[in-house]
Design a protein around this ligand. Structure first.
Ligand code: GLU
Length: 462
């Protein structure tokens, strides 16, 4: 059978880190096995689901490059299908109508609690043979004794005592199907073979298995991945920083860094850390999914991001960088020259944008660090800067090599060390004491900017 996986978000919020990881695992497993990857929007909670959130989830998946082969399907548009399955279950005698009031059911649950058992419905209407009325819900006829077992692909064999489970509701009084019923019907209809999801769903699995059993259909294979924790080992939450995947885009992370980072939250391959998308498709197996909780580590994500920033060609980075620049948009060709100087230094594209400020600001709005000016633009260095300015007006090739030669000549003529002029020159043309290499910076800035800035710096007051 052709492998099929799905990602089934509820559009009640943005795509968060945990959801993206689930989507990624399912996507990888499908791609690895030449299978299908399906997007299913679980929008049955009509109060809390919004089209904007659905779109935001789709956008985030697109940004991560998690393309789907089918969907999005919407549960809200598939109600008739759920009803037909419910009818089938009732006809088979594997589900039944129940007219117990909520108070009665609560009393049963309380009774069970008092006996030290898990709260549950006691099966009062199970054999009554009631017909449908506006007072009835539909309940599944679950096994009363024995165990429900499944072999979790991540956690190993898991068993539930059937005595602890009950004949849960699959259709409410208002005829709407319940969550577990809709999930099972969709997974059957979509031919899902493998379900990878967060382990907050482990307790739904025996219920879903009871529905498969009642329908006499073989269930898919399940794997429940562990939670993601914050650095304090508590469940990852807003307190720990951004949860939404797109917030990481805003912060200047590249999608390939995000993918590489997310996959390592629960999956490993030898002691390798860096995985391209193609690598992952080739290497991904369920066996390598780990069962212990993983900790979200911003430093590691940033480390991976700086790796991918170094690897990515400037032309593509320039398009991303442009979105992080909030003043007048620069020429792409100029950006592409700036980027190679910043690639070795930037942890995020936002940081790169900050670092590129001095390249992009108009000469007369360049911000000078006053402390640096006080320290380096002194009487003595002003004289040097003036001399250098004259030389730079005339230097033939305004590139690294030409500039290096020109300044070497100058320090030799003056009999000074390079360091006497290096920082003053840097402060004069960048406004600050830290920048990429002086000559490469000057080459990229170009003669006009460098000369303008030297002139401006010479007017600065200490
Ligand atoms: N809609 C569920 C969620 O967002 C996922 C259900 C499933 O994967 O079975 O948590």
């Amino acid at each position: 059978m052709r492998i099929a996986t799905r990602f089934a978000p509820s559009p009640t919020g943005f795509l968060h880190i945990g959801g993206a990881r689930t989507a990624l695992f399912n996507w990888l497993f499908a791609r690895k096995n030449n299978g299908r990857f399906i997007l299913r929007v679980e929008d049955t909670d009509e109060q809390r689901s919004t089209p904007e959130m659905t779109q935001a989830i789709i956008d985030a998946m697109e940004w991560l490059g998690l393309d789907c082969d089918e969907g999005p399907y919407f549960q809200s548009l598939r109600k008739d299908m759920y009803l037909s399955y419910i009818e089938r279950l009732v006809e088979k005698g594997n589900a039944y109508f129940c007219n117990c009031s909520p108070d009665e059911v609560e009393a049963m649950r309380e009774q069970a609690r008092q006996k030290g058992l898990k709260p549950k419905y006691n099966g009062k209407c199970r054999e009554k043979g009631l017909s449908r009325s506006h007072e009835t819900v539909v309940r599944i006829k679950a096994p009363i004794s024995g165990q429900t077992l499944f072999n979790d692909q991540v956690k190993g064999p898991i068993s539930f005592n059937n005595q602890e489970l009950d004949d849960f509701v699959i259709q409410r009084k208002d005829k709407t199907p319940t969550y577990n019923l809709a999930v099972v019907v969709d997974d059957i209809e979509m031919g899902i073979t493998h379900i990878l999801r967060g382990d907050d769903h482990v307790n739904n699995t025996p219920k879903q298995l009871h529905i498969y059993q009642a329908l006499e259909i073989d269930p898919p294979i399940f794997g429940h991945v562990p939670m993601i924790l914050g650095p304090d080992k508590k469940k990852l939450s807003k307190r720990h920083g951004a949860l939404s995947v797109m917030a990481y885009k805003e912060m200047g992370f590249l999608p390939e860094a995000m993918i590489n980072y997310l996959v390592r939250l629960g999956w490993s391959f030898k002691d390798e850390e860096i995985f391209s998308r193609e690598d992952l498709i080739q290497k991904f197996t369920l066996e390598n999914l780990g069962s212990s909780a993983c900790v979200f580590d911003m430093d590691k994500l940033t480390w991976l991001n700086s790796h991918y920033i170094k690897e990515t060609d400037p032309e593509r980075l320039s398009i991303i960088l442009k979105d992080h620049i909030h003043f007048e948009k620069p020429e792409m060709t100029y950006l592409e020259k700036i980027i190679p100087l910043l690639q070795p230094r930037a942890g995020t594209m936002k940081e790169m944008a900050e670092m590129s400020d001095f390249f992009l600001l108009p000469d007369n709005s360049l911000k000078y660090d006053q402390k640096a000016v006080n320290k380096f633009i002194t009487e003595e260095t002003r004289t040097h800067l003036k001399n250098i300015l004259e030389r730079l007006e005339n230097v033939e090739s305004f590139d690294q090599k030409g500039l290096e030669q020109e300044l070497a000549d100058y320090i030799q003529q003056e009999n000074i060390k390079f360091k006497v002029i290096a920082q003053p020159l840097r402060v004069a043309i960048t406004g600050k004491t830290a920048s990429p290499g002086l000559f490469e910076t000057m080459e990229v800035l170009g003669r006009e900017r460098v000369l303008n800035r030297l002139n401006i710096a010479l007017q600065l007051q200490r």
